[in-house]
Ligand binder design. Sequence first.
Ligand SMILES: Nc1nc2c(c(=O)[nH]1)N[C@H]1C(S)=C(S)[C@@H](COP(=O)(O)O)O[C@H]1N2
Ligand SMILES: [Mo]
Length: 542
Amino acid sequence: MPRLAAGAVSGLLAAAAALGAGQLVAGLTGPLGSPVVAVGDAAISLTPVPVKEFAIAHFGSHDKDALVAGIVAVILVCAVLAGIAALRRLPYGLAVLVVFAGAGSVAAVTRPQAAAADVIPTLAGTAVACAALVVLIRAARTAFPRGTGPALSAADRDAADRDAADRDAVPGQSAPGTPDGEAAAAAGPGRRRLLVAGAGVAAFAVAGGAAGQALLSRFSVETLRSRVRLPAAAVPAPPVPAGARLAVPGLTPFFTPDSAFYRVDTDLVLPQVSPDAWSLVIDGMVARPVQLTFAELLRMPLTEADITMVCVSNQVGGPYAGNARWLGVPLAGLLRRAGIRAGADQVLSTGVDGMTISTPLQTVLDGRDGLIAVGMNGQPLPVAHGFPARMVVPGLYGYVSATKWVTRLTVTTFAARRAYWTQRGYAAQAPVKTESRIDVPRPLANVPAGPVTVAGVAWAPARGIAAVEVSADGGPWQRARLAAADGTDTWRQWMWTWPAAPGLHRLQVRATDSRGATQTPAEAASFPNGASGWDSVVVTVT
Ligand SMILES: Nc1nc2c(c(=O)[nH]1)N[C@H]1C(S)=C(S)[C@@H](COP(=O)(O)O)O[C@H]1N2
Ligand SMILES: [Mo]
């Protein structure tokens, strides 16, 4: 057993050394080459939609941490197997490592933003792992010679150690009494050698990983972002009406702070885009293709607009919606400047991460505030939300409108081009469904009998909310009080005072948009065009 354990630990240490070396080299070549990142990004684009939906629903913004943990777990299990295999025959263990190197390299070079250098971290990591495995396995074989492991008890081994020590002291005297005397005699110093080698490899892994992490911070564009000065809006947003905010503790704030704004994208490592290197190309079915630098974009008249953004993966009552004040160049003007040719019906936008998003051209041109945004809540876009520029179009789910790190707008047709999520079966036409959510009381809360404040938000971006109603225990729908509307593109807070009697109760909410359409009770999953149904909470009144 100790022999097997030594093999397993050798495998684990070799894998740790590989990850440390990979991270160190990625610190030089760029974050996308880090083996775990490369494999993770590849896994994300290969993951079937239901699994992705599950991950977003159950791990939320931590879905990527869960993925990384999963990959590391797979690596560790394979490392254990490689170590044990190597104990029998070294080439078996090395073969496992080489298979990993192949998978990691393929993953690294097939990523949309990949450079040839992105295979180097994986190859360097594999070379280090092979060397470490050879050294450790040789030491392990000496320390735990075949056949002695399971047979030797702890007392036997102590005896063998002593024998070995004796033999050192008295040259020529062998350890009698054990069937494999020679080997057992070598075990003591062998084990020390294994310990030293193991500790060395572990130290290398930790130091390499830490150094790589430190080097990787060089790739951050945070400093460049902090130097961006956004011009004032030529067309400022109207002030938010005084009555847009209701004073209810626990209610979703009207504007979502950047730190609380949901983040959904397919990137394990946030794209770091220098505003100096960034440009926006407008091409496809246009009369005059346009290319704009960030400086040129900032010199154009900027418009400010309050827009609530929603992810198609948001479940009824879910958290993947946020409201912000965006600053940017109107999209319609940019496209018209390029000259849209007849027959086009789609804007296909591309992010530097390779994400493609198809937006119906008509929704961009119908007068709503579609933007190439550079500012969010008075600051340059946070890196996680698309710095230096992203698209925002009110009324459409993010996957058909909200391209982060956007760098190309191609005017085209739905017949000619399909975008990332529509290739995966999501709807090409995806207006945000009217939804309302109960924020307070929290599900399964205990509240005292008497008047209880029920409150939440409701949204129907681009249409506007006209009414919100609440029902207790399936009883008659009661009109909630609506906070003042800040245009049609943002959510509205609402509240209702519930005369609560003791017992277990279920509250339900539904909204009606400004066209008079009431939110459907029909429950739909978020695939393929957004969840529907009424949000509800169950509470205990005492
Ligand atoms: N480049 C890029 N843009 C993207 C995505 C992405 O994966 N990559 N995800 C889209 C999706 S599905 C949504 S809901 C919004 C989320 O924007 P946020 O992370 O700023 O909230 O970004 C959209 N834009
Ligand atoms: Mo989304």
